[in-house]
Design a protein around this ligand. Structure first.
Ligand SMILES: Nc1nc2c(c(=O)[nH]1)N[C@@H](CN(C=O)c1ccc(C(=O)N[C@@H](CCC(=O)O)C(=O)O)cc1)CN2
Length: 283
């Protein structure tokens, strides 16, 4: 069986360092604060917002959640973002995704001040990411890179294949992997012969949200397999990767739960601290 990439343990370890950094900021009169805007009643989003609150409390970051109704108008969301952009106490803000259909997600994200864009999803910050000149990184992508670094898995010259082209995972992860000199392919729903391409991967990442889509025959012997999928099926969490099949072929593999997910929360906190430091001219 492949060895486990334990995101939960790494997130706990990194969280302790971050708590020390937060304490040091507080001793200089700086209190990191960030805001989460959650629109609607998506049960998974509520779980994630709660886990961020817990993590923020542990680290000593102040988190304020704006829970808005399912039928909230786009205009009201934009007004709230304007208010938080202008609030000097707020170091970072994010809109929990997905948002209800009446809200244009691109318009709402674009309204966030790039200096407070804790998700790194504004057009300005995505541009900086692709230029290799970023000051903030999308949390899931940053977490995956940290996980590979922690287990000393080198990306240089490797074939990295990412299944999924979302703005929050697939695309930013491709940019960060390119920075580490991997040869990166992004596959998606229109890709022909998906299995043929995934079998070429030294590092295979799946971020599509299709339970157990990645089967053993799609994986090269000895590949590193990163599962970003969190699918709820009959009350159970399932990744995109059929773990029981793939574990014996992979050299390293992430579990679901306990793999990439906890690192997403951890790295959101890291980004809050980074933005706080930047706003106080500490970097
Ligand atoms: N604006 C954003 N929206 C969303 C993001 C994001 O980065 N920015 N990512 C996900 C949700 N997410 C954080 O927001 C998130 C996902 C997963 C986890 C996590 O800890 N997962 C656990 C399982 C927990 C469970 O579902 O019971 C695990 O994998 O072990 C935390 C946060 C989409 N939206």
């Amino acid at each position: 069986m492949g060895k486990i990439l334990d995101g939960k343990a790494l997130a706990q370890h990194l969280g302790r360092n971050l708590a020390e950094e937060t304490n040091s900021l507080k001793s200089h009169g700086i209190n990191p604060k960030f805001c989460v805007i959650n629109i609607g009643e998506d049960p998974a989003s509520k779980v994630y917002v709660r886990s961020k609150r817990k993590k923020a409390e542990k680290i000593g970051i102040k988190q304020v959640v704006y829970q808005l109704p399912e039928d909230e108008s786009e205009e009201d969301v934009l007004r709230l973002i304007d208010r938080l952009n202008a609030d000097e106490e707020v170091a970072g803000l994010m809109v929990q995704l997905p948002v209800p259909d009446q809200i244009d997600v691109d318009k709402v994200i674009e309204r966030i001040d790039p200096e407070k864009d804790v998700d790194g999803l504004t057009p300005a910050n995505i541009g900086r990411l692709w230029m290799g000149k970023h000051f903030v990184e999308p949390a899931t992508a940053a977490g995956i890179i940290a996980l590979l670094d922690h287990y000393q898995i080198d990306l240089n010259g490797k074939n990295a294949v990412i299944v999924g082209r979302s703005n929050i995972v697939g695309k930013p992860l491709a940019a960060l992997m390119l920075e580490r000199n991997a040869s990166v392919s992004i596959l998606h729903s229109h890709t022909r012969d998906l299995g043929e391409l995934t079998r070429r991967a030294d590092i295979l990442v799946s971020a599509v949200g299709k339970p157990h889509m990645i089967k053993a025959e799609m994986v090269k012997e000895g590949a590193v397999v990163i599962d970003v999928g969190i699918n709820r099926v009959d009350g159970q969490l399932m990744g995109d990767v059929d773990f029981d099949q793939v574990k014996d072929k992979a050299s390293w593999i992430t579990p679901v739960p306990g793999g990439v997910g906890p690192l997403t929360v951890e790295f959101l906190m890291e980004e809050v601290i980074k933005l706080t430091r930047r706003q106080h001219g500490l970097d």
